[in-house]
Design a protein around this ligand. Structure first.
Ligand SMILES: [Zn+2]
Ligand SMILES: [Zn+2]
Length: 218
């Protein structure tokens, strides 16, 4: 296998692994899930890592991947299998197993990268229900991957995908909120609400599929 397999090669490789890794009764669903990810190298990297090194060394299959966070084209995901919930970090090159969801994240490098610490991460990622499904690249998307705003809806304030209507930059990172409010910090709820009023007056840029994080991946 070449160091940079094509998506097709990667998919074939995962199908071979699945033959040995998945219980017969879960085989069809497991194959379907790989097919669902076939346009997305990051999704396939996660599947390959999982089926190459089954966390419990027992036959198992992935039924769901959810997005917990993403920075600089690197994705922190929650993987649901028939046995447990696991954390992986993945990018276009590779995926890495972090451990069981219940154990939280111990890897300091990963915690630093996602700008958090162990305790905060445990709290933030505790409830799997609040996190959106990981949508493979190359597939239509009806909601924001980060804040789950639907097409035509404004993002959650602070969502990194929201575009600033003043400068067309990333609203969570540009300086417009400070310049418009004439302050160096936006801290109190009162300030944030006042800014939200200004933003609404200007006209918030609602979510549409062209803003998907996939757009930032390549
Ligand atoms: Zn959003
Ligand atoms: Zn701006």
């Amino acid at each position: 296998m070449s160091p940079n397999p094509t998506l097709e090669e990667l998919k074939k490789e995962i199908f071979l692994l699945i033959d040995y890794a998945v219980p017969e009764s879960q085989m069809d669903d497991a194959r379907q899930f790989v097919t669902k990810m076939q346009t997305d190298r990051i999704g396939l990297n996660i599947l390959k890592e999982f089926y190459s090194f089954l966390p419990e060394a027992e036959n198992d299959s992935i039924s769901k991947i959810q997005l917990l966070d993403s920075r600089k084209k690197t994705f922190l995901v929650l993987v649901t299998t028939s046995l447990d919930l696991y954390l992986y970090v993945a990018n276009i090159e590779r995926a890495e197993f972090l451990g069981k969801h219940a154990d939280g994240i111990w890897d300091e490098e990963v915690l630093d990268f996602f700008d958090t610490d162990r305790e905060e991460a445990v709290k933030k990622f505790q409830d799997p229900k609040i996190f959106p499904e990981y949508i493979p690249l190359g597939q239509s998307q009806s909601h924001c991957l980060v804040c789950s705003a639907k097409t035509g809806e404004p993002h959650q304030l602070g969502c990194p995908v929201e575009i600033c209507p003043w400068c067309n930059g990333q609203l969570a990172n540009c300086n417009c909120r400070f310049t418009k409010m004439g302050t160096e910090q936006l801290k109190t709820e009162k300030q944030i609400n006042a800014f939200l009023d200004l933003l609404k007056k200007k006209g918030r840029i609602v979510f549409d599929a062209s803003q998907k994080l996939g757009g930032l991946r390549e």
